[in-house]
Design a binder for this molecule. Sequence first.
Ligand SMILES: [Zn+2]
Ligand SMILES: [Zn+2]
Length: 445
Amino acid sequence: MKLFSILLTSIFCSAVALAQQTPQSLADAELPSLLPIYKDIHSHPELSGHEERTATLVAKELRATGCQVTEHLGKYQDSKFKPHGVVGVMKNGDGPTVLVRTDMDALPVHEETGLPYASTVTTNNDEGKEVPVMHACGHDAHMSMFIGVARSLAKLKDQWHGTILFVAQPAEETGNGARALLSAGLYEKFGKPDFALGFHDKADMQIGHVGVTEGYTYANVDSVDVTLRGVGGHGAYPHKTKDPIVLAAEMINAWQTIASRENNPLDPIVITVGSIHGGTKHNIIPDEVKMQLTVRTYKADTRDRVLAAIERIAKGIAVAAGIPAERAPIVSVAKDQFTPATYNNPELTKRLVAMWKKSLGDENVEIVDPTMGGEDFSEYSLPDHSIPAVDFHVGAVDPAKIAEYKQARKELPSLHSSKFAPVPEPTIRTGIVAMTAAVLELMKN
Ligand SMILES: [Zn+2]
Ligand SMILES: [Zn+2]
């Protein structure tokens, strides 16, 4: 009788345990074992294209959830980058295919968070220069969430059907990691997904919140190099030269009129000259000036028009200054560094927002303004956005800290700052819950 009642109790308990398994309860259960993983990844950051240790760790964790794991995926144009992409396939009968993506790379930043698990790592970058390395963009948090999501969905197989592609992507910061995976046949080898989902921590959003933008959320990112060639000479005899420094100054200002005079103000663009180099000494007019621009747009036709205008203005100013045709400015757009705009499918975004409001609470879901930042998650939805995709934000900051900074009229440490430190537990927890719930929404029985 006693044995029978123990048996009954244990059947009852496991039934209750099964019934209680939710994204929330699973996230809570996984957090204690995910935090050491988070801290381990945080203190061992690796630069883009060199995510060897990180990828091995993620692959091992995916394998432990029952995924079929492929490592060393990626095809880069830059041979210095090693293929460290990881794909874990979790199959559970017939149903849609959903891609879940994390990024893995860190940045050449000297960590100044003062955390006990702060990075002290330095490495040689691809130019052979010693640089510090830090997870200053929170990709370590994304990986911890990603592992938590895989573990949760492995335990929730009674609630979904289909195939999940867990994609751990290298080289997000350099904008070529997603393209390297697609070039290596990601969709040919593992199937084209019906939906693609990504997440990113947000350095000015409170913990417990998720945020999302409908439609364009990140911009097209183009890197443009301009070499402006003049005729050098003595600084005291400018009339015997064609001064490329004065021409560069004119060009920089004229390019800003693309935004203010040539472009529809309701279609945002940004042209930033981030680097200008020319000359060696006070009294020498140099032969050339080199400039590096970042150009941000949303729409494909706007992008084409803005890039053409940059070249047209550069060449026009050179002609006006009497620079001979054979010394015309050289304007080149770095095709291998292009990151397409990230477009959150409106229908999918609405569906996820409605679901998150129910599962996380209305007050924890924010509609966020788009930015002119870049994110190569866009690649997974393909150039025509034919694969519905959503990249959402996960709050990472203590609300008391947000209030303190607001009162002091100070800016919070942004992503990529040496002082950026997400609050690990609640950030990772919310990421796991929101992503697990999103996958269940798309694959539920
Ligand atoms: Zn970043
Ligand atoms: Zn990032």
